[in-house]
Design a protein around this ligand. Structure first.
Ligand SMILES: Cc1ncc(COP(=O)(O)O)c(C=O)c1O
Length: 408
């Protein structure tokens, strides 16, 4: 099964029917918040749950190692990574960010460079980790204005801000405040240049909160060029709620010390032989304890379902729906669209304001007319639509009609 299969003639109508969300409202927020499970994911969870309920001990003992490895293999295939062991399985983006920032072997005097545009989960994880270690953090603004932002401006801002003691650059693939998609491969190329001549212990590591690019965008892990790729799988991938992954380069795994002991084979080895693997990897960074196992195992099925539709086809579809929605909004005199229009600088999040309404009032007014939008959880909060494969063109057009009707 190729992750690049292109099914541009995919039956999107049939795909939306795999979701069981109610049809009395138009769901213009679910893909970016938390998903409604599509039928294949729902059925996989149900299949594993039935087996677990029948015989939890024997079933878990029999399949746990194998099924967790299947999840890693599917994630590695999706991201086009060679070694599935470079994938850690988590519960969410937030868990991944907290785990990696806390696990990093930071030294006093080193700094984490991050930006004004990242999510609360990344900012707090950085604040807590630096508070523990005596490292520091700094936040920068990446562009003057969303109406004129360019890839070049963003890369230059990063270039001018990296210092001798910058050990980590923490960024976000698609900002959930504005919907801006960052030029991640270009930033990674810049950091590679900066790292030439730096000792291994001082190289700048890039940590990416990938959650709003993951499941839409096409780049492989290698093409992005980051060290740590952290994401939840319960947004644009439509995986089981409460699942996420961390993908990292083998060299990056060597810069962390696990926080939570992992289970599976690592546990068996330590108990039997007091022996720990010589090299750190994603297996050892997968938090142990029994989890909601049926959800975790069904992540493998979610990856296969998405790969079967094809990354390319999904990219085309989500961008097509977003273009339709953004262009419709941009034509309205009483609406300001903050998200860049180009495919290069945006993905699936559209942030906008409606004249005469605060964001809270706009979300409520839309809901009163049957459209579920979200408010971005940032100091400057905007109304968001997030068209994804759960939506059809009719949803977009009806949502646009409702926005039009809110003109004062
Ligand atoms: C940019 C960004 N990062 C992280 C999160 C948290 O995601 P998760 O539910 O996977 O922890 C969100 C929430 O929507 C977000 O917008």
């Amino acid at each position: 099964m190729s992750s690049h299969k292109n099914k541009s003639h995919a039956d999107w109508k049939a795909i939306t029917k795999l979701f069981t969300h109610d049809r009395k409202n138009i769901h213009m927020g679910a893909s970016q918040f938390v998903v409604s499970h599509p039928k294949p994911v729902h059925e996989a969870i149900d299949k594993y749950r039935k087996q677990l309920d029948k015989d939890p001990v024997q079933y878990t003992e029999k399949v746990e190692n194998e099924y967790m490895q299947r999840v890693r293999e599917a994630a590695a295939q999706y991201l086009q990574m060679e070694n599935p062991d470079d994938i850690a399985v988590t519960d969410s983006t937030t868990m991944g960010l907290g785990l990696i920032y806390t696990a990093l072997n930071l030294q006093p005097g080193q700094e984490i460079l991050t930006t004004d545009h990242d999510h609360y989960s990344q900012h707090e994880a950085i604040r807590m980790a630096t508070g523990r270690t005596g490292a520091s953090f700094r936040r920068i603004r990446l562009f003057e204005s969303l109406s004129s932002v360019s890839k070049e401006e963003i890369v230059l801002s990063v270039k001018e801000s990296i210092r001798e003691n910058t050990r980590v650059l923490g960024i976000t693939w698609v900002h959930s405040s504005s919907g801006l998609k960052m030029p991640v491969p270009e930033i990674a190329a810049l950091v590679r240049e900066i790292n030439v001549g730096r000792s291994e212990a001082n190289k700048v590591l890039i940590l990416l909160d990938a959650v709003h690019g993951f499941g839409i965008e096409k780049e492989s892990f290698g093409e992005l060029g980051v060290d740590f790729f952290i994401t939840g799988c319960h947004k644009w991938l439509y995986g089981p709620r409460g699942t996420g992954i961390i993908a990292a380069k083998r060299s990056a795994w060597q810069t962390v010390t696990p926080i939570i002991p992992s289970f599976t084979e690592v546990m068996d080895k330590v108990i039997a032989e007091e022996e720990r693997p010589k090299e750190m990897d994603g297996k050892q960074m997968t938090p142990g304890g029994f989890h909601s196992l049926e959800y975790r195992w069904a992540l493998c099925d979610a990856f296969h379902w998405v790969m079967d539709m094809g990354k390319e086809a999904i990219w085309e579809r989500v961008h097509e729906l977003n273009r339709r929605c953004k262009e419709g909004l941009a034509e309205m005199e009483h609406v300001v669209v903050h998200t860049p229009l180009s495919d290069e600088l945006s993905a699936g999040i559209i942030s906008f304001d409606i004249a005469g309404y605060s964001t809270e009032e706009a979300v409520q007014a839309l809901l009163d007319k049957g459209v579920i939008a979200t408010a971005s959880p940032y100091k400057t909060s905007w109304t968001r639509f997030t068209p994804g494969i759960i939506n059809m063109e009719e949803d977009i057009d009806k949502a646009l009609e409702v926005v039009q009707s809110l003109k004062k």
